[in-house]
Design a protein around this ligand. Sequence first.
Ligand SMILES: *Cc1c(COP(=O)(O)O)cnc(C)c1O
Length: 407
Amino acid sequence: MSTQTMQNSSESIMHLAETVGAHNYHPLPVVISKAEGVWVWDPEGRKYMDFLSAYSAVNQGHRHPKIIQALKDQADRVTLTSRAFHNDRMGDFLKKLSDYTGFDMVLPMNTGAEAVETAIKMARMWGSKVKGVPNGKQEIITVAENFHGRTTTIISFSTDPEAKDHYGPYTPGFVTIPYDDPAALEAAINENTVAFLFEPIQGEAGVYVPSEGYLKKTYDICKKHNVLYIADEVQTGFCRTGKKFAVDHEGIRPDAMCLGKALGGGVFPVSAVVANHDVLGVFTPGTHGSTFGGNPLGAAVALAALEVLEDENLAERSHELGEYLRGELRKIQQPKIKQVRGKGLLNAVVFEDDFQAWDVCVALKEKGLLAKQTHGNIIRFAPPLVISKDEVDHALAVIKSVFEAIA
Ligand SMILES: *Cc1c(COP(=O)(O)O)cnc(C)c1O
């Protein structure tokens, strides 16, 4: 084999990454070198359907033309100013996000973890300045099996040993209760509680959908005790679950939402916290910030990403195709499957507890469909929301043939 071919082959690319890169991931053995819509290609020209969507960051599909055009146009004008100066794109973006979410204030950041960190600081500041909790005593209630990102403070309230172990000392001020248990929330609240931080559907935990009424009940408890109700919609937001936001399934208006992933249209990291003035207004100049937050390139991209969600009715599409996909997945004959669950196009197939789904994901890949297991026995199926019915049928045929072949 010539050196040239060697260097560009999937194998050599993976070898290089594994040799020089830190081993904090264990990716499927596939290299993606090109992408469009729901499809991706490897350097050898093999074509795959993306059924993970970068953990729901690619809801609008890979390289959506409108979003790429916005990126290119903005790259030709100005890309970064820092918040020391105003830029002429941030305002339009924040207004669009405010209109889209119905909250009157937005604080832009870059990654999901930063949005969550911002929400934590906002809640603590609100607790101290507005609720009257002595500074240093603020408590935030979180739930078991949560995933909110990877910073040292956020993993301090993770219940996943892989994410948490060996990273102490941990940030105090967090209380953990079981998920889907409103009574546990009420019992955990005391005079120092400033916020309840939760995912309306737990994504990384394996697409855990709470019982009907959970959002409403926990919301009412928070209101009763003057506790901020903060929904982390980084993964569930932007039409993924068949509504604009997962809290919309119960008609809930949180005090704040953490947003990220698809806000950047799969193109650029853009995140934000949205809330109303009475809460997000606690920040004053100098109390929080980010060099890249609100940058004009990200703002232009995010504005286009939001327009695509609306122009292409992606909430409706996600709802309809999600119902269809789950219905068809439930028809597959495979005794090792315990449950098919999800909302919209955020779905999971749950196998028996001791089942290792890695080999199944490799087999799916061999047949041209990319998905990744979580917690060993759960496979998430979350294609870009621009997927067509025909493409869902194609994926179902692949999944059926692989699942039915499991011994
Ligand atoms: C992915 C995710 C995050 C973290 O986002 P990053 O951009 O990876 O920092 C936070 N919360 C939830 C619910 C997520 O799924």
